[in-house]
Design a protein around this ligand. Structure first.
Ligand code: ADP
Ligand code: MG
Length: 151
């Protein structure tokens, strides 16, 4: 298991944890969110958006694939569950390298198009409302970010 794990017992706890992460994010940061349907990926993104000082309500972009919000930094919220062809290039790079923060739900479905360095966050359903949130940093930037978040 990841050395960076947080256990949440209710949605507000997941949101608060994600909000603290959101407060630490910088331009071009990329977060991959993984977990089954209902694990809490969108709930996590709502909290992260709060940390980016986004006032608008963040909803699942399932049918649009990408939604953009504006706060302290822009947030590019993607849900690639319905991307039919994982090789179809929808111009993701421009978002990853852009001046905002990108959050990708079901990121493994576009694995080949993801940047080499990113922060993967796995949400796992536990009993009742419990969720285990594990962070796997790839690259120095994300190692630092995890250290800061868990310090
Ligand atoms: P996903 O985007 O992974 O499909 P959602 O965030 O849309 O998941 O839905 C998660 C659901 O689980 C929400 O209805 C939320 O209220 C509920 N939930 C219950 N407990 C938690 C928790 N500890 N953390 C996050 N969500 C939780
Ligand atoms: Mg979702």
């Amino acid at each position: 298991m990841s050395e960076y794990t947080f256990t949440s017992t209710q949605p507000s706890e997941t949101m608060n944890f994600a909000k603290r992460l959101g407060q630490l994010l910088k331009p071009s940061d990329v977060i991959a969110l993984e977990g089954d349907l209902g694990a809490g990926k969108t709930t996590f993104t709502k909290g992260l958006a709060e940390g980016l000082e986004i006032k608008k309500t963040v909803n699942s972009p399932t049918f649009t694939i990408i939604k953009e919000y504006h706060g302290r930094l822009p947030l590019y919220h993607m849900d690639v569950y319905r991307v039919e062809d994982s090789y179809e290039d929808l111009g993701f790079d421009e978002y990853f390298e852009g001046s905002g923060v990108t959050v990708v739900e079901w990121a493994h479905l576009i694995e080949d198009q993801l940047p080499d360095e990113l922060l993967t966050i796995q949400l796992k359903h536990g009993e009742n409302d419990t969720r285990t949130i594990s962070l796997e940093p790839k690259g120095a930037r994300y190692e630092e970010l995890c250290k800061e978040l868990f310090s």
